[in-house]
Design a protein around this ligand. Structure first.
Ligand code: WTA
Length: 656
């Protein structure tokens, strides 16, 4: 099964190792390599270092309780509030006028929130939520673009102990409704609309459509982002954000003391079935882990201006725009716009103007920068940068080198951080002040983590061989369960390689990887039915089921095709009536996918074929379609029942 994705696809041999620049090492938060041994010797007490970065209302009694594995409990008995840790304590430490959020809007606007101002805004909105009826443990859905009200709403929820479920604003009405239904969420915070490449896009209409189909009654709060550019009308049970907040001006809400294991938030992510998974993260372990990794891996200091260019609608933004950086009291930059609007130097202009110290982005973006050319970063002074990060996909040595030279000026280490929604924070990456970097390989597991590459039988494979990436020890930031139920949690992650009789629990990541002699892990990509398109995790099953809803479609197989420009969605479709397989049908399929999931899932190509390639047992051979979509040499096709369709499909794919 490991070769399901073609194990070596896209994985170029790592480039030559590089030591981190000494100027960086001298000032690094973690510069002593002993940390690896210390974590080994002191495990699990080593994680007290993470917990010590927070302020607790009540001290925990045990670092780890594992008697009910794989349902681990971290910092059991401890109590704390996440919003208190991200706000109040920084005010008490005399840092009220320090910038918490620097927001850069799409239209050149910018806004700064000091810790004091953010504290005030969060309190006022927390009071508002309370008045609307939100109680502790009620799930509040937030679907907002990258505007300050998004982290404000998250922290307001955290303050009153109401878990938030942020749904990426670009997802469709159907996808939003499905997530609200699954979480039984009766509250929605959204906005009238936002600008997409200069045009006003109506978000409220989408939210309204979603609310219409949700089973429960929903109270909606609408942020006015567009003003006159897109007038909107509030219906029943819908409230204007500003008006509500104005009515609570100056309000203070006592942070609710939460058990370390109480849910901080839910994050829906794509799984191997069409049904998204509601990943549950807790207050103590998650916050301690994101604070620790922001400190140790991203090397963030309170005085820094730190910028992660992800969207807060996904886990990277939760952990490394909001919770980690704010827990440490740093200045986190939040950017609403695109990388190339109004021009291709937009990001470098922001780095230059704000003297950004640490910059964290995704390989898709880096590849685009590389394609556009070095003149864009070179037009700006990027000398404030100290560290660069990459997340979301494997970064190949060439873009790595480009990033290192043209953005980091060979003076900034790069951390290639492998992790997942489920892991809460970084798992495999170099520690930038300690490790040498091997371009193309993410690095060793972090101190205290135990990552291994195993075969089908769960046996560790030799260095150089590919296998499944598994984690053999729990860590504080790990998901605790799925909102949909404990059984699904065990089935999805803990069933494949664990030995419950021996009480040996192994977490399966869904990724393939290989490790070199030095313990550096190279990620090879997903082995399940999840594809990673520009850092968005999509379920092929979810897209397929949308396509199967289109009238006239008989069968559909969706795969990720990987080429020079990254991974794209390829839809292979056979129709009930061949005559229908024309441009109109293709258009219908594309718009159905957009309506069901969102534009991010839009197929790059819809390829019609008389039949899908199938094994003798009737299973669609997706691996073969992936090879075709990626223009790779085809793997073993001897199991095919209908080899004659392969040529037809290859020709049709290339014609598109
Ligand atoms: C992929 C995003 C290679 C991987 C944080 C993982 C990576 C999935 C890397 C999780 C990396 C993430 N190198 N692949 N540095 N980081 N991935 O849940 O396939 O949106 O399983 O979390 O992204 O995606 P998710």
């Amino acid at each position: 099964m490991v070769d399901r994705n073609g194990p070596n696809r896209g994985a170029v041999a790592p480039g030559s190792p590089q030591r981190p620049p000494s100027t960086f090492v001298e000032q690094a938060n973690v510069a002593d390599g002993e940390v690896y041994e210390e974590f080994e010797e002191e495990w699990p007490e080593c994680w007290e270092r993470a917990a010590a970065l927070l302020e607790w209302d009540r001290a925990y009694e045990a670092v780890l309780e594992d008697d009910d594995a794989p349902f681990y409990r971290w910092f059991a008995g401890g109590r704390l509030n996440a919003s208190y840790n991200c706000l109040d304590r920084h005010l008490e430490a005399g840092r009220k006028n320090h910038a918490a959020i620097w927001w850069e809007g799409k239209r050149g606007e910018s806004q700064t929130y000091t810790y004091r101002e953010l504290f005030v805004a969060v309190n006022e909105f927390a009071a508002t939520l309370r008045e609307l009826g939100v109680e502790e443990d009620d799930v509040v859905t937030i679907s907002l673009p990258m505007i300050p009200e998004l982290p404000i709403a998250m922290l307001a929820c955290a303050r009153i102990g109401a878990p938030h479920s942020v749904v990426f604003a670009g997802l469709s009405a159907d996808a939003l409704a499905a997530r609200m239904d699954a979480a039984n969420s009766e509250y929605l915070v959204t906005c009238d609309g936002y600008y997409r490449r200069g045009d006003a896009f109506n978000q409220k209409r989408k939210a309204d459509n979603a609310v219409l189909t949700v089973e429960q009654d929903v109270t909606t709060v609408v942020v006015d982002r567009l003003g006159e550019a897109l007038p909107h009308v509030l219906g029943e049970n819908q409230y204007d954000y500003d008006e509500l907040v104005r009515a609570h001006e100056g309000a203070r809400v006592e942070p609710v003391s939460r058990d370390a294991e109480d849910m901080l938030f839910l994050m829906y992510t794509s799984g191997t079935t069409g049904q998204p998974k509601g990943v549950v993260h807790t207050t103590g372990g998650y916050l301690a882990y994101t604070a620790w990794t922001t400190h140790a891996v991203l090397d963030v200091e309170p005085e820094d201006t730190y910028w992660c260019s992800a969207d807060i609608g996904w886990i990277t933004g939760h952990s490394y725009i909001v919770y980690g950086p704010l827990a440490l009291g740093t200045t986190t930059l939040m950017y609403e716009g695109a990388t190339d609007y109004p021009d291709r130097d937009r990001l470098w202009e922001i780095v230059d103007r704000n003297a950004v110290d640490v910059f964290y982005t995704a390989p898709t973006a880096i590849q685009a920068f590389m394609k556009w050319g070095e003149e864009y970063p070179e037009a700006h002074d990027l000398s404030s940068l100290r560290l660069l990060g990459s997340v979301g996909e494997p970064i190949s040595p060439r873009p790595w080198q480009w990033y290192y030279e043209h953005v980091g000026n060979e003076a900034c280490p790069i951390v290639d951080t492998w992790w997942q929604t489920e892991t809460g924070g970084h798992v495999i990456t170099t520690l930038p002040g300690v490790c040498e970097m091997k371009p193309g390989a993410a690095g060793p597991p972090l101190p205290g983590l135990d990552a291994r590459i195993v075969d089908d039988a769960g046996e560790e494979v030799e260095p150089g061989a590919s296998g499944y990436l598994t984690l053999h020890r729990p860590w504080p930031g790990m998901a605790r369960t799925l909102y949909d139920g404990d059984d699904r949690y065990v089935e999805e992650y803990w069933q494949q390689f664990s030995d419950p009789d021996a009480d040996e629990w192994v977490y399966f990541s869904g990724d393939a990887a290989r490790v070199d002699e030095g313990g550096y892990v190279t990620i090879l990509g997903r082995v399940d039915d999840v594809i990673n398109v520009s850092g968005h995790r999509l379920s092929t099953m979810e897209i397929e089921s949308a396509i199967l809803d289109v009238q006239g479609v008989a069968e559909a197989a969706v795969v990720g095709g990987t080429g020079m420009t990254g991974t794209h969605v390829y839809a292979y479709v056979s129709t009930e009536n061949d005559a229908e397989s024309d441009a109109t049908m293709s258009e219908r399929i594309v718009s159905t996918v957009e309506a069901a999931i969102g534009p991010i899932a839009r197929p790059e190509e819809v390829v019609f074929t008389s039949e899908l390639p199938k094994t003798r047992s009737g299973k669609i051979m997706r691996r073969l379609l992936e090879d075709i979509a990626s223009d790779e040499e085809l793997g073993d096709t001897s199991a095919l029942r209908n080899p004659e369709v392969v040529g037809e499909i290859q020709t049709a794919t290339r014609e598109e």
